[in-house]
Design a protein around this ligand. Sequence first.
Ligand SMILES: Nc1ncnc2c1ncn2[C@@H]1O[C@H](COP(=O)(O)OP(=O)(O)OP(=O)(O)O)[C@@H](O)[C@H]1O
Ligand SMILES: [Mg+2]
Length: 253
Amino acid sequence: MRKAAQQEQAADRLTGTPETLHVEGLQVHYGGVQAVHGTTFDVAPGEAVGIIGANGAGKTSTLKAVLGLVARQGTSMRYGGTDLLRTPASRMVRLGIGYVPEGRHVFPGLSVEKNLFLGAYVRKWDAAIKEQAAEVYELFPVLGEMRSRLAGALSGGQQQMLAMGRALMSRPSLMVCDEPSMGLSPILVEDILSVLQRLHSTGLSILLVEQNARLCFEAVDRCLVMEHGQVVKTGQVEELRTDPDVRRIYLGI
Ligand SMILES: Nc1ncnc2c1ncn2[C@@H]1O[C@H](COP(=O)(O)OP(=O)(O)OP(=O)(O)O)[C@@H](O)[C@H]1O
Ligand SMILES: [Mg+2]
């Protein structure tokens, strides 16, 4: 089988069935400082939605609030039939929400393979977990070649792949990724983009935060623009590409 077709099949088996993510009136405060001011958006099943914005705009805070990793308030926040405002962070993986945090956070002292297996901690230990790892290796061949190496010995781009692979081990239906392109060379950014596109093409929902608006627009269907904790614009990628403010501020053209 051709390598691309093989990778596509692997991506297909890596994901569960998505539900609608509904976020309404989301607020995050850090002490007296409000970082997110009433954000509202949906991610439909199988949709890829991006969030772009400058440093400090509240992108990471929005994702962490969805995941329950920071204290948050909101009018309503649901994934399918589950009330996320009443769901602790520790339950999110079981709901099918996979998270690739900003800065990767792989375990440097553990092997690549052990890092992957940790991503499957909510699943019963069985042969399916090894199969899932084999599928991650098809999607990211370099991880397969380096499976016995310590994660701390990987390059930044390889660690990014490992963080994505680890999130895929729990068979998520929604992948939440925070700045996967940060600090990567243009070639590795292309690799990450093609993996995101491949996963999206298999029906996985994606919520992607990126300061790199060009990459974000290639990877998603629709995008929110955040400034100072507020969503100031939202639209299909084709609309945003022709928006004069977006072109000037985020695309530099
Ligand atoms: N743990 C924290 N305690 C206090 N303030 C915080 C904390 N985390 C973030 N902030 C503040 O909240 C605001 C939003 O930060 P956030 O990390 O969500 O932005 P961001 O859009 O992800 O930025 P970047 O592109 O730099 O990652 C910023 O003003 C930041 O200083
Ligand atoms: Mg951030």
